[in-house]
Design a protein around this ligand. Sequence first.
Ligand code: AMP
Ligand code: MG
Length: 360
Amino acid sequence: MRHLCAVPLLLALALALGLTACSASPADPDAAEERTQFLAMDTAMTLSLYGENRTEALSAAESLIRDLESRISRTDPDSEVSRLNRGETVEPDGDLNTLLRLAAYFRERTGGAFNIGVAPLADAWGFTTDRHQVPDPAEIRRLIQVVEETWPKDTPEGRVLEPGQAIDLGGIAKGYTADKLADLLHTYEIPRAMVSLGGNVLAWGDRPGGTPWRVGVQDPARPGNPGAFAGVLELKDAFAVTSGGYQRYFEEGGKTYHHILDPSTGYPADSGLTSVTVVADCRIRGEDVPNEYFGTLCDAFSTAFFVMGEERALDAWRESWRNDCDLVLITGDGRVVVTEGLAESFTLDEGSGYTLEIIS
Ligand code: AMP
Ligand code: MG
């Protein structure tokens, strides 16, 4: 068996161009960059901040990420999520409460395609431990039922899961973190920033000089080459989150199995899509759940739409989400499907071999 893990993602190009920007005049603090890179939430994070308060904001941003991680990580045995997954009753703090509320909302709004209850399935496939294996079909059938029933019950003492149930916030945590970082950048009056949390990008403001940030969309057919893009998005003030099977997978018996699981089959999603990018405005703060949390929305939908496939994803987008987000869907049959709000922002890489469809 081959164990493979391709580090993704959208962003080498964005980061390279962000770096170029740091040569701007240090006399203008809005053009002066400070950057940090570290590993957290099981991925590489890069934060480039500009402006007078960039140093304090950068250090606050790193603390925010590490603090959130310590509370929601599945691999840290002391986190609230690990305690819940061990069957302990947990009084969730503000963030976990919000994450559970959002997870419930997106589970309902995606017909169960997004489901944090997939944790025991992810374990059975070995994605949590990197001891990958194809589970026994009877075990998969049993776990589909467990996932279906999983929800941390509200009791007077706090939240609790039934034995065998577990939650995994991996499909939503980085988007939620991006939302919190957007609030932080606002508080510190940061004029521009490029933040990459694995496949989750926050393109805050514009680049020095006033041009948009350039965010490469990885070509899922060339996962070994993180500089191979299907196209490039030019973005200002946006979240852009990509999910793709190429981001984490293993091979067994000549077949490839990836980490985004279809809760209805128990197997890695096989919907015909090879990657989904969801883009939304990062400055809007509204009343209802998705509008306050556009980064989380992008993260939940990139995972869910990957599971749902082109037709269901586009139906859902047309029916409910066209005012909230735009999509770049890459299909296994060589098409890049872009929703109309990104028609001007997306440029296909001519050498990639894909054909471009703009849809409304
Ligand atoms: P993402 O990269 O945001 O698409 O999230 C993928 C991660 O979310 C996986 O590594 C799992 O931890 C978790 N996950 C896998 N399948 C699902 C699903 N159908 N719904 C919610 N979370 C999932
Ligand atoms: Mg996601």
